[in-house]
Ligand binder design. Structure first.
Ligand SMILES: N[C@@H](CCC(=O)N[C@@H](CS)C(=O)NCC(=O)O)C(=O)O
Length: 225
C-alpha cells in the first residue's frame, strides 16, 4: 500500500498519437486502474518526430509511458507496469492457465492481428479515406484473409473462456478491444466478425465497457472544425 500511495503521487504522462491503437491500449489500462494522467501528442508518422521523444523511444513508435522519472515503451511492458504499479482491479490474472492465455492473446493480436485488421482493413477502408487518401482494395482483401485466421483462433480461445469471457477484464481485453474497434468499422470487418458467435458476444460486451467507450478517438474527419 505504501508503494501504491507513492506511485499515485508521481505524475503519469502518456506520450502517443491519439489515433493509435497501441496508445489506446495503454489508455484503457490506465482507465481500468483509475489512474489520472496527462497526455503528450506525438504523431509517429511524421518525418520529424521530436528528438526528446526519440530519446525515450529509439524505434519511433508510440506510446511511451512516463511515471515520474521512469519511462517505459513497448505496450506489453506498459500494460504490465500499469497493472503492477497502481491499485485497482488486476489486469494480469493470477491463475496460471488464465495468465498464460492472456499473454497468448496479447501476442496473437500483436503478431498476427494488428497488421491485417488495422493497417490493412481499417486503414485502407476507413482511416485513409477519412483524410482524403485513396484506398487499395487489394490490401483490404489480403488483410481480410489474414484477419479470418486471427478471428478463428480468438473464437477458440473465447469459447474456452479462461479470458475474453465477459467477466474478467485482462490485458488480453485491453489489447484486442482497440484493434476490434477499428476492424468492425469496415463493413467487411463487421461481416467477418459476425461469423464468430463467442467473439461477437465478447465485442458487444467489451465495446460498452467505460474504459473502451471513453477512449474512442473517433476519426480525424469528425474533429475538423
Ligand atoms: N511494439 C510497439 C508497437 C507500437 C506501434 O506500432 N505503434 C504504431 C501506432 S499504432 C506506430 O507507432 N507506428 C509508427 C510507424 O509505424 O512508423 C508497442 O507495442 O508499443
Amino acid at each position: 500500500m505504501g508503494d501504491s500511495l507513492l506511485n499515485m503521487n508521481k505524475p503519469v504522462v502518456l506520450r502517443g498519437y491519439q489515433f493509435s491503437v497501441y496508445n489506446r491500449i495503454a489508455r484503457i489500462a490506465l482507465h481500468e486502474k483509475g489512474v489520472s494522467y496527462k497526455t503528450e501528442e506525438i504523431d509517429p508518422f511524421v518525418e520529424d518526430v521530436p528528438e526528446h521523444y526519440m530519446r525515450r523511444q529509439p524505434f519511433g513508435r508510440v506510446p511511451v509511458l512516463s511515471h515520474g522519472t521512469f519511462d517505459i515503451y513497448e505496450t506489453v511492458a506498459i500494460g504490465r507496469y500499469i497493472d503492477a504499479a497502481f491499485d485497482g482491479p488486476r489486469l494480469v490474472p493470477l491463475e496460471v492457465e488464465s495468465l498464460a492465455r492472456s499473454a497468448q492473446i496479447v501476442s496473437i493480436v500483436d503478431s498476427y492481428g494488428y497488421r491485417p485488421m488495422v493497417r490493412q482493413v481499417f486503414a485502407h477502408r476507413i482511416f485513409g479515406p477519412s483524410i482524403g487518401e485513396e484506398s487499395d482494395e487489394a490490401e483490404i482483401e489480403i488483410g481480410l484473409a489474414a484477419s479470418r485466421t486471427v478471428l478463428k483462433a480468438l473464437e477458440t480461445l473465447a469459447t474456452e473462456a479462461l479470458v475474453l469471457n465477459r467477466q474478467t477484464f485482462t490485458l488480453a481485453d485491453c489489447h484486442l478491444a482497440p484493434m476490434m474497434a477499428c476492424f468492425v468499422q469496415a463493413p467487411e470487418g463487421e461481416a467477418a466478425l459476425r461469423n464468430y458467435a463467442r467473439l461477437s458476444a465478447w465485442w458487444a460486451w467489451a465495446s460498452r465497457r467505460a474504459s473502451v467507450a471513453e477512449t474512442d478517438p473517433g476519426l480525424p474527419v469528425n474533429q475538423i472544425g
